[in-house]
Ligand binder design. Structure first.
Ligand SMILES: *Cc1c(COP(=O)(O)O)cnc(C)c1O
Length: 463
């Protein structure tokens, strides 16, 4: 018998030993109450609620009964399986290289925004002027911060997301009337949601002008009439049309619109001011200066804040929207307002930091991490990578990046580990793209990779 076969036999014997006869297992199985009395689990029950902790204990007991884990490790197993919070949503390290990953909740909040949310959790002055004791405009300080941050914005209103901003504008300004829009700007946002469907659902009619690739200001001018609610400009944020193309700029639209016909412009990405790294992305300030009456945008894209929809522009229009009955149904909570204000007023957001990270610095981090992992026998190497903005922003733009390249089989254990690390599987390797990983998480990522390597080895039956 050669050495490999001997090891294999020993392994089979171990596996059989783990499947101890039921009577013996039953005798060694602890009682649920005894497991729950474990100090770690008792503490967790106070933090997370007894029901959640008990369900993990019951699950661990079942695994012990089935011979999957030794009965002595039930408390350890249950404690290890507990989520970090009672919220159900687990924190994930975004190592995909996609800055605004929709499935990961788009923009990560800044520390300032998290602290603002924390401070607003209890009773707070969201609709109260503490100086006078009188009721105030809801979220007034966040709205003022937005107007300060966006030159040419006379007033601001905030709703649940970018789509809600469009719905409110369409309902308040164009229900029963026409929205004049280019055929080249009838966008599907994602997951089957299409702006034309959204707009029509408000009772507005679409007056489509131009063609997929070419629409001129004259096309809009010819369609504007007594039935026009507004003219809509949509930034095609998640695709590009190249070749024989033409579109009317906001400035041209402002020139062809008679007084009383607003130009509503959906920039999508949420940039309030120009971003040098993304010269083709429009910004709210620029489009308002060019003549847009109202700009709509998302809060959790390039702005780097919480999910919300911004409406910025002429005071009279914003007031009409804010007073419309639908505004009440679309309003945001105090936590969103707090996070938004801290995002707009506070220090650079994580999205800004990711966008501006230098490629050499990322490469150095990748080299360092890979070397450290190789030191513990992990197959890791530093490679060049390409990151993307994502979240339906800056289509076709790639940002030079660096990644740690790992065996593809690590992807699963990394995803299900704690912290969960989501990499990008490409060319048969699992890439940990460092542009989207905050540098202070590098040590956590290294630790997670070591655990994933172990889990993958166990999966292959190695020790
Ligand atoms: C993302 C986007 C939207 C939708 O915004 P949500 O905040 O996701 O609702 C609308 N229009 C454009 C151009 C977008 O890019």
């Amino acid at each position: 018998m050669d050495r490999d076969t001997a090891t294999a036999d020993a392994r089979t014997a171990d596996a059989q030993a783990a499947r101890t006869p039921p009577a013996d297992v039953r005798r060694r199985l602890p009682r649920t109450d005894a497991v729950l009395a474990d100090p770690r689990l008792a503490g967790a029950a106070r933090r997370l609620g007894r029901a959640l902790v008990k369900s993990e204990v019951v699950r661990a007991l079942e695994r012990a009964r089935a011979g999957e884990i030794p009965p002595e490790t039930v408390a350890d197993t249950a404690a290890g399986a507990l989520p970090p919070t009672a919220g159900g949503l687990r924190p994930v390290v975004n190592a995909t290289g996609v800055l605004l990953h929709t499935n990961l909740g788009r923009a990560p909040l800044s520390r300032a925004a998290r602290e603002a949310v924390d401070a607003a959790c209890g009773p707070t002055d969201v609709e109260l002027d503490l100086a006078t004791g009188a009721r105030s405009r809801r979220g007034a300080s966040a709205l003022d911060a937005l107007c300060e941050a966006v030159p040419h914005a006379e007033a601001a209103h905030v709703v649940g997301n970018g789509a809600a901003a469009l719905v409110l504008a369409a309902t308040a300004l164009a229900a029963g009337k026409e929205i004049v829009v280019s055929r080249g700007e009838m966008v599907e946002i994602g997951d089957g949601f299409r702006l034309p469907d959204l707009l029509v659902s408000t009772g507005a009619r679409l007056r489509e002008v131009g063609t997929t690739n070419r629409t001129s200001a004259g096309d809009y001018a010819a369609a504007i009439g007594p039935d026009t609610g507004f003219v809509l400009k949509v930034h095609p944020s998640n695709f590009r049309i190249t070749g024989f193309t033409r579109s009317a700029s906001v400035a041209e639209l402002a020139r062809v619109c008679p007084p009383g016909v607003p130009v509503v412009a959906d920039i999508g990405s949420g940039l309030l001011r120009p971003e040098p790294v993304l010269p083709n992305e429009p910004d709210a300030s620029g489009w308002l200066r060019a003549g847009a009456s109202l700009v709509t945008a998302s809060g959790d894209k390039l702005l780097g804040g919480p999910q919300c929809g911004l409406l910025l522009g002429r005071a009279g229009l914003v007031r009409r929207l804010a007073r419309h009955p639908l505004a009440r149904a679309l309003r945001v909570d105090k936590l969103t307002l707090a996070a938004l204000q801290a995002t707009v007023r506070g220090p650079a957001t994580p999205v800004h930091t990711m966008l501006h990270a230098g490629a050499e610095g990322l490469r150095a981090r990748a080299e360092h991490l890979a070397a450290e992992l190789r030191g513990t026998d992990v197959d890791a190497r530093a490679v060049d990578s390409e990151a993307a903005v994502g979240g339906g922003g800056a289509p076709g733009v790639t940002l030079p990046s660096a990644a740690v390249s790992l065996p593809e089989e690590y992807a699963g254990p990394l995803r299900t580990g704690g912290p969960a690390v989501l990499g990008r599987v490409e060319g048969g390797r699992c890439l940990i793209d460092l542009r989207t990983v905050p540098p202070e998480r590098d040590a956590d990522v290294a630790e997670a990779v070591r655990r994933a390597a172990k889990a993958a080895a166990n999966g292959r039956g190695e020790e």
